[in-house]
Ligand binder design. Structure first.
Ligand SMILES: C[S@@+](CC[C@H](N)C(=O)[O-])C[C@H]1O[C@@H](n2cnc3c(N)ncnc32)[C@H](O)[C@@H]1O
Length: 245
């Protein structure tokens, strides 16, 4: 997963307003009980949020399970002269680093790649272990409504400058499968084809909220993504935030 896809990920995500996304994360940091300086990001991908937060002055530690995504992220940081990011390959449901952070974040529905409830609970415990008292855990998630009404069984076609992509959604039992075919333009003008299959798990908003109700955390909140208004299963995307005791 996210192997060859790493080469074209940023092209496909070009409409996502990552600056605004990082600003939203920043505004949530401002509400933390402790000043946020050291941030651990899980599922950093090609570093789109990571770099924005690093530019705002946060000391970033960024983790992803895909070496190819990390390579792209690292190259971007280096080419922009950003040196306050450490990258690690790791699994957010089985990660330990032996230090604590003021915030643990996970963005852009990366948590939907966790394969089941047990993995989600493990992710929450790993995050807890990595947080200083008063530190924030925050992550966004696609809701079942989004999988039903927006993603559904649609096929999306991206016809970009050097990449043509067919993105097919195949609903399953509690999961959404994606079959992706990419055609990338080579230097000789011919197109090279590669494929990738992925699955995201459909978690209920109320189940995840219950998972956060463990003694390690307090002040659990669900926001409608991008706002500080209450979020629910009626939203496409929700933002979970809680504080480490
Ligand atoms: C949709 S991308 C989001 C990337 C980035 N956060 C962004 O906003 O562009 C999901 C990322 O989660 C990573 N991922 C999936 N499962 C993971 C896991 N168990 N541990 C760490 N990273 C994971 C994937 O490799 C991928 O880079």
């Amino acid at each position: 997963m996210y192997d060859d896809f790493a080469r074209v990920y940023d092209a496909l995500m070009q409409d996502i307003q990552y600056k605004d996304w990082a600003d939203y994360v920043f505004r949530i940091f401002l509400n933390a009980p402790i000043p946020v300086k050291r941030v651990l990001e899980f599922g950093c991908g090609t570093g789109n949020i990571t770099l924005e937060l690093a530019k705002k002055g946060y000391d970033m530690t960024a983790v992803d399970i895909s070496e190819s995504m990390l390579t792209v992220a690292d190259e971007k940081a280096e080419s922009q002269g950003i040196d306050n990011i450490r990258f690690y390959k790791g699994d957010m449901s089985n990660f330990a680093i032996g230090e604590t952070f003021d915030a643990v974040i996970c963005c852009c529905d990366s948590v939907n790649y966790l394969p089941n409830r047990q993995a989600f609970e493990n992710f929450i415990l790993c995050a807890s272990e990595c947080l200083a008292p008063g530190g924030l855990l925050m992550f966004d998630m696609n809701t079942p409504l989004k999988y039903k009404d927006v993603i559904a069984d649609n096929t999306f076609v991206y016809n970009l400058d050097d990449v043509f992509c067919v993105w097919e959604n195949i609903p399953g039992d509690g999961v959404m499968n994606f079959d992706l075919s990419f055609f990338t333009k080579r230097d000789d003008g011919l197109y090279e084809r590669f494929e990738e299959s992925q699955s995201q798990t459909i978690f209920k908003v109320e189940d995840v909220f219950k998972m956060l109700k463990i003694p390690e955390f307090k002040n659990q909140k669900i926001y409608a993504f991008g706002t500080f208004l209450g979020g629910s299963s009626d939203c496409d995307r929700v933002q979970f935030v809680c504080e480490k005791r």
